[in-house]
Design a protein around this ligand. Structure first.
Ligand SMILES: [Zn+2]
Length: 232
């Protein structure tokens, strides 16, 4: 009688078992590779514009710009400036909308801080103290390749990476300009306005230096997003 089927030999049985184990291993490895190389989930919703988000924005410019845009502030990217290891910048932006914002080229985290500061601190203070809307914040400068306080040695300033701004005065809707140099101590209303703004700055920025700090800051408020928390 013909035998169409015969029982596999022990060697054939062993070979089949090795093949099955190999195929299973390859399958598991493929699944692991798919898991590892799965594209990261992209969060299309940027975090809301608030002070707690600013440190995150320092390393996430896309989120920073998205958050600013969602809050009504449009930005444009400024070309990188490569100068020396101590000076220059990358991923700097300029606030271009709303038009009332004075053009300033700074790190995005600082731009977000300025937008927040304007909306939540300076505009309310102008209304509270003078019953006037704010026309403009008047900066003295942002990027500058220099060390702290313009010294010839010591730590480099946050200005050297466009991560600081100096603000000299504020103009109200009625055209009046209140300068830090002239009004830090008197008259009373102007002085209270400027002190309120300085105190509000400390809830947003990392570094805030006013005329109370030293004579080098007699004519401006220094605001930065550096690593050191200071409020004077
Ligand atoms: Zn400064």
């Amino acid at each position: 009688m013909l035998r169409f089927f015969r029982a596999p030999s022990k060697a054939e049985h062993e070979r089949a078992r090795v093949w099955a184990a190999g195929a299973l291993t390859v399958l598991v490895l493929l699944m692991l590779m798919l898991l590892i190389h799965r594209p990261p989930r992209i969060d299309l919703t940027p975090p809301p514009l608030r002070a707690e988000a600013l440190p995150y924005f320092a390393a996430h410019v896309g989120s920073c710009r998205g958050s600013l845009l969602a809050a009504g502030f449009q930005t444009r990217i400024v070309p990188d400036l490569n100068r020396t290891p101590e000076c220059g910048y990358r991923d700097v932006v300029e606030l271009v909308q709303p038009a009332a914002v004075t053009p300033l080229q700074t790190s995005c985290a600082l731009a977000a801080g300025v937008a927040l500061w304007r909306r939540d601190v300076v505009e309310p203070a102008a209304l509270r103290h003078f019953g006037q809307p704010l026309a403009s914040i008047n900066p003295l400068g942002a990027y500058a390749c220099r060390r702290i306080a313009g010294r010839t040695d010591g730590r480099w300033s946050e200005h050297a990476h466009a991560n600081a701004i100096d603000v000299g005065s504020f103009t109200l809707g009625d055209g009046r300009t209140i300068s830090v140099l002239q009004s830090w101590r008197t008259p009373a209303a102007e002085s209270a306005f400027l002190h309120d703004i300085r105190n509000g700055s400390c809830r947003i920025f990392q570094g805030v230096l006013s005329p109370d700090y030293n004579r080098a800051h007699a004519n401006h408020l220094h605001l930065d997003m550096g690593a050191y928390k200071i409020c004077h």
